[in-house]
Design a binder for this molecule. Structure first.
Ligand code: SER
Length: 318
């Protein structure tokens, strides 16, 4: 029987993915873990344990005791935060992945999920419809760690047969949890300001196109990839994945259709150069061909959905 361990379950992706895994496998089969004990209240339908993924012994004990068969390893320092503490970001992002891959080898786990990112691309990468295979020269420590991680995933698959699967997520946009430390996070914060009837100051310039994805799509893509038969998963570094591409000006205009009094101003900061090094749009034809991926949201549909649901998760502050 499948036994699923989620590492970093209280994060932006982790929270929603853990709930989806609980729906798929049943609450008894899912263990949510995070560094933050306070997060336990968010996991009413499955078990929660405090876990530091850097503590390989504690992780190994948990995997053995609970007879874990699959690990979703989501803990990471993201792009903007990583630039403030580069060595710590490198250590956390790399050592944690190696801990998971080693245990997967040692205990012959069935499957591992580990997210990569559009941050693996860099200034030398083609920006429009960025191909799966092309030049990658990331210039953030987050991107460097994700690219190195992709190499380690391929290595453990080829050398030891570890069935590790991965997606290069675009910027993820959801309303159920707050993001933490990403360059794409303006596209979440903007909705919080809109429902509070406050003006939004954007840390990117108005024309900065970035690949983004609405959270329900990211969850579906992740589960589709993990449920795909082993032989259909042909890329063992990480799959390109595309949702919607837009600029701050376009998301602002989409919100303004619903909130006519909404105002924005632009004050680019250090995150602008990170965004400028990333693609505008992504070619995900390998994901479509190999395991049937197809995105289903467009910008206005996402905006309407978020504005409808966000206030019940985060009531606007006066
Ligand atoms: N959303 C991430 C970030 O901005 C990119 O994967 O750091």
């Amino acid at each position: 029987m499948d036994k699923i361990l989620v590492i970093g379950a209280a994060g932006q992706l982790g929270l929603e993915l853990t709930h989806a895994l609980t729906d798929q496998f049943g609450g008894d089969q899912v263990i949510a873990t995070d560094l933050k004990a306070i997060a336990s209240s968010q996991f009413a339908n499955c078990r929660f344990e405090v876990l530091d993924v850097m503590d390989k012994d504690a992780l190994g004990t948990l995997v053995k005791r609970e007879q874990v068969t699959q690990i979703y390893h989501l803990a990471a320092v993201l792009s903007a935060t990583g630039e403030k503490t580069p060595l710590f970001a490198w250590q956390l992002n790399m050592d944690s992945l190696l801990n998971v891959l080693e245990l997967a080898k040692e205990y012959a786990l069935d499957k591992i999920y580990w997210p990569s990112s559009i941050a693996v691309f860099g200034p030398g990468t083609p920006k429009i419809n960025t191909p799966q295979f092309c030049e990658k020269n990331p210039n953030t420590v987050y991107g460097i760690s994700k690219l190195a991680g992709e190499g380690w995933c391929t290595y453990y698959f080829e050398k030891y047969g570890v069935d590790v699967r991965s997606l290069r997520y675009p910027g993820l946009i959801g309303y159920k949890s707050l993001p933490g430390g990403g360059t794409t996070d303006y596209a979440v914060d903007i909705y919080h300001k809109a429902i509070a009837n406050q003006p939004f100051t954007c840390f990117l310039s108005e024309g900065t196109y970035l690949p983004m994805m609405y959270m329900p799509e990211a969850i579906k893509a992740t589960l589709d990839l993990m449920n795909a038969p082993r032989e259909t998963v042909k890329i063992r570094s990480s799959y390109n994945l595309a949702g919607i591409s837009f600029s701050p000006k376009e998301i602002f205009e989409s919100i303004k259709k619903q909130v006519p009094s909404f105002e924005i101003k632009y004050q680019p900061d250090f995150r602008q150069s990170i965004a400028d090094s990333w693609p505008h749009s992504i070619d995900d034809s390998h994901a479509r061909a190999d395991w049937g991926w197809k995105p289903f949201y467009e910008l206005d549909g996402m905006t309407q959905d978020i504005l409808k649901h966000l206030p019940s998760f985060f009531p606007p502050q006066p």
